[in-house]
Ligand binder design. Structure first.
Ligand SMILES: [Fe+2]
Length: 246
């Protein structure tokens, strides 16, 4: 069952006038600290999403090297697990295939919404799930390192990334969660299989579904939330994407 997002920030006030940069950022910070994500709505055409994101941190290039990436169906990519097609994506965090720390924030904004059903970005907060772990399981998830591979789609771009990280990593700026349903390499009898099933089920039960209108911008804490995508049919759906370091 999908829930509606509650952490929503209007770029304009009740009079239809843009919030000042200062107030917009202050409310954004309050909302993202509490909920781990913000959906910015009522966004005027004049709003500059790149300028806004620059205030959150240093940009991390996308796989192609493009700093501002495009998320839209790409030719010849319909048969693989990849953001650049119309198929669903399973719950994951971004950047488990990076040797360096995963990006802290992901920003997606909508150039062209999908008409018809589907195409929602879905999100769920791992914080209560991590809090519910036994001390023993938490200790194991922090100490056991796993091999991760990159997605089939990214491999087809010519990048064969292989990394080794634990699921949970304490960092001075907070806990880092890494998660994938399909790109975490493990044996079928590994105890992490149970966690993958539990978290995929919890995601199915608890996720929020973000339906984009034109110019809407979604930003989330990628160390804390899992994200996924519902399938869609409108091939004109087009988002832009920035990854931001801690
Ligand atoms: Fe993703």
């Amino acid at each position: 069952m999908a829930h509606s997002p509650i952490s929503i920030l209007s770029q304009v006030d009740f009079n239809g006038q843009p919030l000042t940069d200062e107030l917009l950022m202050k409310t954004f910070q309050q909302l993202i600290d509490e909920h781990g994500y913000v959906l910015m709505c009522n966004v005027l055409d004049e709003f500059d999403p790149v300028k806004f994101c620059r205030r959150l941190g240093r940009f991390v290039p996308n796989y192609t090297g493009a700093v501002v990436g495009d998320v839209r169906p790409e030719p010849g990519m319909d048969d693989v697990y990849h953001a650049g097609n119309t198929r669903p994506l399973t719950p994951h965090t971004e950047g488990y295939d990076f040797a360096v720390l995963p990006p802290r924030y992901i920003a997606l904004w909508c150039v062209t919404p999908a008409s018809g059903p589907g195409g929602e970005t879905t999100l769920a907060d791992t914080r209560p799930w991590v809090a519910a772990l036994t001390a023993e399981e938490r200790e194991r998830l922090e100490s056991a390192e796993y091999d991760w591979k990159t997605t089939e789609g990214v491999q087809r771009l010519g990048l064969d990334l292989k990394t080794r990280h634990p699921i949970l990593e304490e960092n001075e700026q907070g806990l880092i969660v890494r998660f994938s349903c399909n790109n975490l390499l493990r044996d079928d009898d590994d105890p992490v299989v149970d966690l993958q099933h539990r978290w995929e089920t919890a995601f199915g039960d608890e996720h929020m579904a973000i339906e984009y209108r034109e110019n809407d911008m979604l930003v989330w804490d990628n160390w804390r939330l899992l994200h996924a995508r519902n399938a869609f049919s409108d091939r004109s759906r087009h988002l832009r994407r920035i990854q931001i370091a801690a």
